[in-house]
Design a protein around this ligand. Structure first.
Ligand code: CAO
Length: 494
C-alpha cells in the first residue's frame, strides 16, 4: 500500500523538479515575423476603424481566440481540471481562467486581456490539445496595447513579465501590482504564502518573503500561524511541558461509501499517469529492505525540554529535525547512501549536499519537499525550515525550489499512525527510510527490569545494485545510536 502511495509523491518530486519553461497563451492572429513597424501600422488602422465605427463598437474590441501554447517537456495534451470563469464573465488581466494538468504539473492559465469570455472550448475533465483553441475573449477596446505586447518580439524579461501560465499545483491570486513587485525582486509567487482572502498574495506577503530572504528580523513567524495545518498539532499550546508521542494528526473523515450499480471505468490521467510511469521505473530497482526499532525515550525527554525554548523563538519543534539531523550525521560516514545513479546504473554520483526530502501530507496530496544542505544546519535551523515547508505545504505553495534536488528521503508515516512500511526508492536516489509511530511499549532496562520505552520502528529500502545489506545496516545502527543517545549528537554537530 505504501509502495503505491509512495509513488504519488515520488512523481510530484521527480517531475516537478524538472524546470518548466514559462510560456504565454497567444492569440490566434499572432505572427512572430511581424515587425514593430507592421504592428504600429496595423494599430493605426485599428484605431482608425475603431473611430469610424465609434457608434457601434465603442466598448468592444476584437474577439481573441487563445490557443493552448506549447508548455514544453514534450507535453501535447492536458486535462482541464477547473474553469474559474464561465461564458459571459468579465475578466481582467491576470485573472485566473482555468487550471490544467499535464502528467507532469498543474498549470494555471490567466487572462492576458480585459474583456468578456465568449466561449469555453472544453468541459471540465476534457483533454485540451496543445495548439488548439482553449477560450475566446472579446477584448475591450482599450486592449490594443496588450495585443501590442503579444505581437512585438519582446525581450526575455518582458516576456517573463507577461507570463500567463504558472507552474504550480495551486491557483495563485495576486494583483498585477503585487506580481510586478514579485518580479522586480525576482521572487516566484509560487513560493510565497498568501495571507489574503482565499490565499491571495498581498504586498505584505512579498515584503515579508523578501525580508526573510535578506535575513531581516521579523516578528516570530506570525504568518506561519495563519496557514498552520489544522488539527491537534496546530491547536496545541506551543510550549507543552509534557510530550505525548502518539499525538497524531486527526484521521480525516473517511469518504462516504459509494455504491454503484455498474462498474465504472475512467482514464488514468494527470498526476496518476505520471505515478504509473515513475512507479514502473522505480520497480526496476532491486530494493533491499531492512527494519529495526529505535528507543527514543531519551529523545522524548530532550524534545520536551527544548520545545518551550524553540516556541519562545516562534518555532515548533517536532521529532523530524532530530531524525533528519541524525540521518545527515550518519550519511557523512556512509556517503554511498546520499548518492544518485544514472539510468542503466553506469555511474554513481556521491552528492556533496545532504538535501533530505520528507514525505509531506499537503493540501495537494503527498509531496516530498527537501531541506537543503542539512549537513550545515543546526537542529533549530532544521525545525525552522520544516515549519516553513509545512506552512507552504498547507497553503499549497510548495514550489520547484523546495521539491527538487533531494538526495535522500525520510517518510514519517508514523505521524499518520502507521508502524511498518515498505518504502519505495525515489530514483535517482538510492535509499529511503520510513518511520513508524512512536509507541510506549514494555522493554527490558539495563538491570533487567521491565521499563516503559518509547519505541519507533524504522523501515529502510536501499538500491541493492550499489548498496549492500551490511552498509545499510551499519548506517541504520549509527542513526539509531544518535537518536537513542541524543547528547552524542552534540559532539558531532557543526
Ligand atoms: N510518532 C509519534 N508522534 C509523532 C510522529 C511519530 N512518528 N511523528 C510526528 N509525531 C507527532 C509530532 O511530534 C507532533 O506532536 P506535538 O504536537 O506533540 O509536537 C504531532 O505528531 C504532529 O507533528 P507534525 O506532523 O505537525 O510534524 P512532524 O515534523 O512530526 O511531521 C511531516 C512533519 C511533514 C512529516 C508531517 O506533517 C506529515 O505530513 N506527515 C505525513 C507524511 C506522510 O504522509 N507519509 C506517508 C508517505 S507514504 O505514502
Amino acid at each position: 500500500m505504501l509502495a503505491v502511495t509512495r509513488g504519488s509523491f515520488r512523481v510530484f518530486r521527480l517531475l516537478l523538479s524538472q524546470q518548466y519553461r514559462r510560456r504565454c497563451l497567444r492569440p490566434q492572429n499572432f505572427r512572430p515575423s511581424r515587425t514593430l513597424q507592421d504592428f504600429r501600422w496595423d494599430r493605426s488602422l485599428q484605431m482608425l476603424s475603431s473611430r469610424m465605427l465609434h457608434t457601434t463598437t465603442a466598448q468592444r474590441g476584437p474577439i481573441v481566440q487563445f490557443k493552448l501554447s506549447d508548455i514544453g517537456e514534450g507535453i501535447m495534451e492536458v486535462t482541464v481540471k477547473e474553469w474559474y470563469v464561465k461564458e459571459g464573465d468579465k475578466v481582467s488581466q491576470f485573472d485566473s481562467i482555468c487550471e490544467v494538468q499535464s502528467d507532469k504539473a498543474s498549470v494555471t492559465i490567466t487572462s492576458r486581456y480585459d474583456g468578456v469570455i465568449k466561449k469555453l472550448y472544453y468541459d471540465v475533465d476534457a483533454i485540451a490539445l496543445v495548439g488548439k483553441p482553449l477560450v475566446d475573449i472579446e477584448t475591450e477596446s482599450g486592449s490594443e496595447l496588450i495585443q501590442e505586447e503579444d505581437v512585438v518580439e519582446t525581450p526575455a524579461m518582458a516576456r517573463e513579465e507577461h507570463t500567463h501560465q504558472e507552474i504550480k499545483g495551486h491557483k495563485t491570486q495576486a494583483t498585477p501590482a503585487v506580481r510586478r513587485l514579485a518580479m522586480e525582486n525576482n521572487i516566484k509567487l509560487s513560493e510565497v504564502v498568501g495571507t489574503g482572502k482565499d490565499g491571495r498574495i498581498l504586498k505584505e506577503d512579498i515584503l515579508n518573503f523578501l525580508a526573510k530572504q535578506t535575513g531581516a528580523i521579523l516578528p516570530p513567524a506570525p504568518s506561519f500561524q495563519e496557514v498552520q495545518i489544522p488539527g491537534p498539532a496546530a491547536e496545541a499550546p506551543a510550549a507543552k511541558s509534557i510530550s505525548t508521542p502518539g499525538t497524531f494528526r486527526p484521521t480525516p473523515k473517511p469518504p462516504r461509501p459509494a455504491f454503484t450499480a455498474t462498474d465504472v471505468i475512467e482514464p488514468i490521467k494527470g498526476f496518476h499517469k505520471a505515478m504509473v510511469k515513475t512507479m514502473s521505473a522505480a520497480l526496476k530497482i532491486p530494493h533491499f529492505g531492512y527494519c529495526d526499532e529505535v528507543d527514543l525515550s531519551r529523545l522524548v525527554v530532550l524534545r520536551s525540554e527544548l520545545q518551550s525554548v524553540t516556541a519562545g523563538r516562534g518555532v515548533k519543534l517536532s521529532y523530524m529535525p532530530f531524525f533528519i539531523k541524525a540521518a545527515s550525521l550518519s550519511l557523512l560516514h556512509f556517503p554511498v547512501l546520499n548518492a544518485a545513479v544514472d539510468e542503466g546504473c553506469q555511474n554513481i554520483t556521491y552528492k556533496a549536499s545532504h538535501n533530505i526530502g520528507l514525505a509531506m501530507d499537503t493540501t495537494q496530496g503527498l509531496l516530498v519537499p527537501n531541506v537543503k544542505n542539512v549537513q550545515l544546519l543546526t537542529v533549530f535551523e532544521l525545525a525552522q525550515e520544516l515549519n516553513r515547508l509545512q506552512a507552504l505545504g498547507a497553503a499549497g505553495q510548495l514550489g520547484t525550489a523546495e521539491l527538487s534536488g533531494g538526495t535522500f528521503t525520510l517518510s514519517n508515516i508514523g505521524s499518520i499512525g502507521g508502524t511498518y512500511a515498505k518504502p519505495v526508492i525515489l530514483p535517482p536516489e538510492v535509499a529511503i527510510g520510513a518511520l513508524g509511530k512512536i509507541q510506549v511499549l514494555p522493554r527490558f532496562g539495563a538491570d533487567g527490569q521491565v521499563v516503559r520505552a518509547h519505541i519507533m520502528k524504522v523501515s529502510w529500502s536501499a538500491d541493492h545494485r550499489v548498496i549492500d545489506g551490511a552498509t545499510m545496516c551499519r548506517f541504520s545502527n549509527l542513526w539509531r545510536e544518535y537518536l537513542e543517545n541524543p547528547a552524542c549528537m552534540v559532539l558531532d554537530l557543526k
